[in-house]
Design a protein around this ligand. Structure first.
Ligand code: AMP
Ligand code: GLY
Length: 428
C-alpha cells in the first residue's frame, strides 16, 4: 500500500518511523516532512494546511491510505476532503475534530454529558467577560487563579492562567479586542483553576471501542522546575507514575467511554487518536483538554512502547473493527528530551548545522530540521530534535536519554535538565 502522512514535527517522525516497519506498506510519503522523516519516507513538498494540493497530489500518486497527524488540517476538514476522493484516512472528520477545534464545543459537550471538567462560563463579548472577572475577583481576592481559553486553535498559545485581576483583564483585551489569535478569540472560555498532577492519555478509537495507549507526562514550560514560558512540550516520560490502574479504570468509566458515546449521540463519531489531557484533582480526574490527534512530544514516548503494528491499528480504526484487535504494549519506560533552538519559544535562529555523535541505541525524532543541498543537517524550527530512550526503569531511561542528548549539538541548543524528575519523585 502507498501511505501518506501529513505533518512535519517529531510526532510525525515517530509515526513515520513505526509505519515504515509495517510489512503492509510498500511506499511511505510525508507532506511536508522534515530532515529526519526523509530517512523513512519520501518527502512531498506541500504544506500540511494546503488541503486542495494534498488531495490532488494524493489522488495523482495512487495513495491508498492517509494519516493527517496535525491539528490544523484535521480541524479544517482534510479527512472529509481525502475520503471524498476515495482515500481512507486515520483521523477524525471535521465534525469530530471540533472536539479540539472549539473549546466552547468541548466544554459544552462535557457539561451536557456529565464528563468531569473545570467549571466554566462562555463569553462572546469582552465587556461581559470583564464584568464576570471583576465580580470573580471581588469574591475570591485579587491573587486568585483563573484560566482563560480562546475558543479556537491558537498554535498551543490560546490558554492563559491569570494570577491576578489585572492579568485576567489584560488577557480578555488581548484575545477578544486585539484579536491576538484572530477569529479563535471570538469566543472565550473562562474556567476554574484546577490543581493536581497532569496526565496525557492518547487513545485509539473507532467511535465504538476505545483503547488507551501507555499514559505519559509532558513538560510544557521552557525551563527547569516548570519555570518560563509555555512551549509545545520540552520532554515527556511514559508511563506516567501518577496514573495508577485504579485511576485508569475510573477514567475509562467516567471520561473515555462517556466521551466517545457523547460524540456518537451528537452525530460526530470520533475515529482516530483521541488525546485526553487530564488533571488528577483532589475531586478525581478531570479533563483539561481534548486533542483530536496524537500529542507532540507524547507520541515520541508512547509509540516506542507499543508492540502491535501501528498500521494494523490505523486500518482497524478506519474500518471500525478495533474491538477485534488485541493491542499490546511493551514493558519498560521511555523518556524523550527535546533539544530546542536558543530563544525558543521566543525568537530563535535557524539554518544552524547540527552535529550528531554516538547516540547509542537512542531514537532520534526530528522536529525542526532540514537537509541542505550538500546533505548537512540544519536546524529549521523551535523544537529541533527529540532524543528518546527506552529502558527497563525510569532512572535508566532518564540517564541514557540525557547521555544521548549530549551527543547532539548545535549553536545555542537549549534543553531542560530535569525531564523525568517529577515522575521520579512520584515513584519514591
Ligand atoms: P492547553 O493548551 O489546553 O493544553 O492548556 C495548557 C496548560 O494550561 C495545561 O497543560 C495545564 O497545565 C494548564 N491548564 C489548562 N486549563 C487549566 C485549568 N482549568 N486549571 C489549571 N491549569 C490549567
Ligand atoms: N503535548 C501537548 C500537545 O500535543 O498538545
Amino acid at each position: 500500500m502507498n501511505v501518506l502522512i501529513i505533518g512535519s514535527g517529531g510526532r510525525e517522525h515517530a509515526i513515520a518511523y513505526y509505519l515504515s516497519k509495517s510489512p503492509a506498506i510498500q511506499k511511505l510519503y510525508c507532506a511536508p516532512g522534515n530532515g529526519g522523516i526523509a530517512e523513512c519516507a519520501a518527502l512531498v513538498p506541500i504544506k500540511a494546511t494546503d488541503i486542495e494540493a494534498i488531495v490532488q497530489w494524493a489522488s495523482a500518486n495512487s495513495i491508498d491510505f492517509a494519516v493527517p497527524a496535525m491539528d490544523d488540517p484535521l480541524v479544517m476538514g482534510i479527512v472529509d476532503a481525502l475520503e471524498a476522493v476515495g482515500i481512507p484516512c486515520f483521523g477524525p472528520d471535521k465534525k469530530a475534530a471540533a472536539i479540539e477545534g472549539s473549546k466552547v464545543f468541548s466544554k459544552n459537550l462535557m457539561k451536557k454529558y456529565g464528563i468531569p471538567t473545570a467549571a466554566y462560563e462562555v463569553f462572546d463579548n469582552a465587556a461581559q467577560a470583564k464584568a464576570y472577572l471583576r465580580a470573580f475577583y471581588a469574591k475570591s481576592g485579587k491573587g486568585a487563579g483563573i484560566v482563560l481559553k480562546a475558543d479556537g486553535l491558537a498554535a498551543g498559545k490560546g490558554v492563559l492562567i491569570a494570577q491576578s485581576e489585572a492579568e485576567a483583564l489584560a488577557a480578555v483585551t488581548e484575545i477578544m479586542e486585539d484579536k491576538k489569535f484572530g477569529a479563535s478569540g471570538n469566543q472565550l472560555v473562562i474556567e476554574e483553576f484546577l490543581t493536581g498532577p497532569e496526565v496525557s492519555v492518547l487513545t485509539f478509537t473507532d467511535g465504538k471501542t476505545i483503547v488507551p495507549m501507555v499514559s505519559s507526562m509532558d513538560h510544557k514550560r521552557a525551563m527547569d522546575n516548570d519555570q518560563g514560558l509555555n512551549t509545545g512540550g520540552m520532554g515527556t516520560v511514559a508511563p506516567n507514575p501518577y496514573y495508577t490502574d485504579s485511576i485508569a479504570e475510573r477514567c475509562m468509566r467516567e471520561i473515555f467511554l462517556p466521551t466517545i458515546q457523547a460524540m456518537v449521540k451528537e452525530d460526530r463519531p470520533f475515529k482516530g487518536c483521541l488525546y485526553f489531557g487530564l488533571m488528577l484533582t483532589p475531586d478525581g480526574p478531570k479533563v483539561i483538554e481534548y486533542n483530536c490527534r496524537f500529542g507532540d512530544p507524547e507520541t515520541q514516548v508512547v509509540l516506542p512502547l507499543l508492540e502491535t503494528d501501528l498500521f494494523e491499528i490505523f486500518r482497524a480504526v478506519r474500518e471500525e473493527r478495533l474491538a477485534e484487535l488485541e493491542i499490546r504494549n511493551k514493558a519498560g519506560c521511555a523518556v524523550c528530551v527535546i533539544l530546542a533552538s536558543g530563544g525558543y519559544p521566543g525568537k530563535y535562529p535557524t539554518g544552524l548545522p547540527i552535529a550528531i555523535g554516538d547516540t547509542g541505541g537512542a531514537l532520534l525524532f526530528h522536529a525542526g530540521t532540514k537537509r541542505a543541498a550538500d546533505g548537512t543537517l540544519l536546524t529549521a524550527g523551535g523544537r529541533v530534535l527529540g532524543v528518546t530512550s527506552v529502558c527497563p526503569t525510569l532512572p535508566e531511561a532518564i540517564s541514557t536519554a540525557y547521555a544521548s542528548a549530549e551527543q547532539v549539538t548545535f549553536e545555542g541548543v537549549h534543553k531542560r535538565t530535569d525531564i523525568g524528575q517529577r515522575a521520579l519523585a512520584a515513584l519514591i
